[in-house]
Design a protein around this ligand. Structure first.
Ligand SMILES: [Fe+2]
Ligand SMILES: [Fe+2]
Length: 373
């Protein structure tokens, strides 16, 4: 008996698990980093850059290390895009869902060979894995787009991938790069000045085969057991995202304004508004001259594009001034309220809120104060 008690005391020395300590330090450094970032980014402070799709500027970019880099955001990329008059974007598809708000201009989308026209104020929904290309239909004006994607969510889930099918017509290779061509003479990528081969086509093959096998694995008939339910779900989701009956453009003029405790809102994307979007809610808000919105908090991150007017937000007690063209970033779990500083003119913005949080059990709004004029 005495011997057994001795043995139980044996596991020495104890290996200390530093997991909680490291987690605490990581969370603290993330909180400090987030707290140091601006909640308002000025349109003219971020440069336009040329990419495979078109010219754009990133507030929150696509690479995993761009999380909490320029803005306190983690769940979505936020960018602006410019389509020159009479021009078009690159043609491509990706796993990440995207929502495009047409700040100004007129044009159309081609999504999986179907044409969808858009105009100023509309939103375009790009469902996951839909082949898409944006076109500026007129010669007089450029098309400016404010857009968000769920790329960071796809990074986290291990399915971040883009298949580039065509570069935009004004695409120029990076300095010192030489083009690479496939056996059919089509451009497949380039060799950088440093000698690194960037091959878009290699990614095409991997994605193409995955999606082709998904189309081929069609399930018809009734699900007779739980396993069949999953087979049927795959077919239903492939059909859903490629069906032209799912609206890919939501027209602003067809959506109603609502008077709510938060103020005057017009929802373009919401769980009850049919569109190709699953991961984003989108709405307009108008604040009357000298008025203020309601005050609330939600777990979801929310970005605004200021369309008209000037004013300020209060986020967790801190004031952030804004004016037309600015982009606002409301981090997760932040108490916020919007104020119109102009006593004569209304202020309007477009809001994009991540719906991913809703699926994680962190949806809904905690309302704290009603809007007032
Ligand atoms: Fe895209
Ligand atoms: Fe909000």
């Amino acid at each position: 008996m005495e011997r057994q008690i001795e043995r139980r005391r044996e596991p020495e020395p104890v290996q200390y698990d530093r997991y909680m300590e490291e987690l605490w330090l990581t969370q603290k450094s993330e909180r400090d980093r987030k707290a140091s970032l601006p909640h308002v980014l000025k349109f003219n402070d971020i440069p336009w850059r040329q990419a495979a799709q078109c010219y754009w500027k990133h507030y929150v970019g696509y690479l995993p290390n761009e999380r909490y880099k320029q803005a306190p955001f983690s769940s979505m990329t936020v960018s602006e895009q410019m389509l020159f008059r009479g021009s078009k974007s690159g043609k491509h598809r990706h796993f990440n869902e995207a929502v495009l708000f047409i700040v100004r201009g007129e044009g159309y989308e081609i999504h999986d060979d179907v044409k969808y026209p858009f105009e100023t104020g509309d939103i375009v929904s790009v469902p996951t894995f839909c082949v898409h290309q944006h076109f500026n239909a007129v010669q007089e004006t450029d098309v400016q787009v404010f857009f968000a994607t769920a790329a960071p969510v796809c990074h986290l889930l291990g399915i971040m991938s883009t298949e580039q099918l065509e570069m935009h017509p004004n695409y120029k290779l990076p300095e010192g790069a030489t083009p690479l061509y496939g056996p059919d003479g089509k451009s497949v990528g380039y060799k950088s000045a440093e000698g690194v081969e960037i091959r878009f086509a290699e990614r095409n093959a991997q994605l193409q085969s995955a999606m082709e096998s998904r189309q081929a694995a069609r399930f018809t008939g009734e699900a007779k057991n739980t396993y069949d339910w999953y087979r049927k779900t795959l077919t239903e989701q492939v059909d859903w995202r490629s069906s032209p009956s799912v609206p890919h453009v939501v027209k602003a003029k067809n959506r109603p304004w609502e008077d709510t405790p938060m103020g005057r809102l017009k929802y373009l994307s919401h769980a009850t508004v049919p569109s190709g979007l699953l991961l984003f809610d989108v709405f307009y808000q108008e604040i009357p001259p000298g008025g203020r919105s309601g005050k609330h908090r939600h777990v979801a991150e929310e970005t605004h594009k200021i369309l008209d007017g000037r004013g300020y937000d209060v986020h967790d007690g801190k004031r952030w001034d804004w004016e037309k063209e600015d982009a606002i970033f409301i981090p997760a779990n932040t108490v916020h309220q919007h104020f119109n500083a102009d006593p004569h003119k209304p202020a309007t913005f477009l809001a994009i809120q991540s719906r991913t949080y809703y699926y994680l059990g962190h949806g809904g709004i905690e309302h704290m104060e009603d809007a007032s004029a």
